[in-house]
Design a protein around this ligand. Structure first.
Ligand SMILES: [Ca+2]
Ligand SMILES: [Ca+2]
Length: 221
């Protein structure tokens, strides 16, 4: 997997990663995002070392539907968080609500270079939710470097599929791909914010760590 990481890092450099930068984004900024149930705004972004890829396209690159390429290919419409980097997303007037099963979906750009799920090129992130942006409820994401998938509780290991976002409202994991999260697992009934923090820390700059594509909602009001 390390060899693949180096190759992917090189390809990202050659395709033109942008300079690393920290941004402040107004929660209420009009950003041209459609009314589909996806991340609406970037509340905060604190890139870690080795970030930079996609930063010039912030915040739009992580808002709205993901750019799914299926299990064999990785989207480059992402922002790399860098080692330990952290991002908080808001959903406008919408709240995520707890109903049966997963309630929201985090989309990274994992893929299966050999067509084999066990050989996934994953970069994992820890996910947390909040009602107020202050008190956070963290989904435990624990793994050893040699672990093969699945990585329950973590984001960044299930490929994003190709689908028509307008036709999949609310989202369905089996159609969209991505990693699903259930508010019941952290004991909350509602949330307005999702935080993702890189816990992978590997890869070449400027694309080190978790690469966020989008966050979409299954259960919301
Ligand atoms: Ca990735
Ligand atoms: Ca649920």
């Amino acid at each position: 997997m390390r060899r693949i990481a180096l190759l992917l890092g090189l390809s990202l450099v050659l395709s033109g990663g942008s300079a690393c930068g920290e941004g402040d984004f107004d929660e209420n900024t009009e950003n041209g995002v459609s009314d589909l149930p996806y991340a609406w705004s970037v509340i905060s972004f604190e890139p870690g070392e080795g970030a930079g890829f996609g930063s010039a396209a912030m915040p739009d690159v992580v808002l709205g539907p993901p750019d799914g390429r299926g299990v064999m290919s990785a989207s480059l419409e992402v922002v790399s968080l860098g080692d330990g980097g952290e991002i908080v997303l808001g959903f406008g007037d919408r709240e995520i609500v707890n109903e049966e099963g997963p309630d929201f979906v985090v989309f990274e750009n994992p893929f299966w270079p050999q067509g084999d799920a066990e050989q996934v090129y994953a970069e994992l992130g820890e996910v947390a939710v909040s009602k107020d942006g202050e008190e956070w409820h963290v989904f435990p994401c624990e793994f050893e470097p040699e672990d093969l998938p699945p990585y329950p509780g973590c984001a960044g290991w299930t490929p994003t599929l190709r689908y028509e976002a307008e036709e999949v409202v609310p989202l369905q994991l089996e159609v969209t791909g991505g990693d699903g999260f259930d508010l019941a697992d952290v004991g909350v009934d509602r949330a307005r914010y999702v935080r993702i923090r890189d816990v992978w820390g590997l890869g070449e700059a400027p694309s080190r760590g978790f690469d966020l594509d989008s966050v979409g909602l299954i259960h919301f009001q």
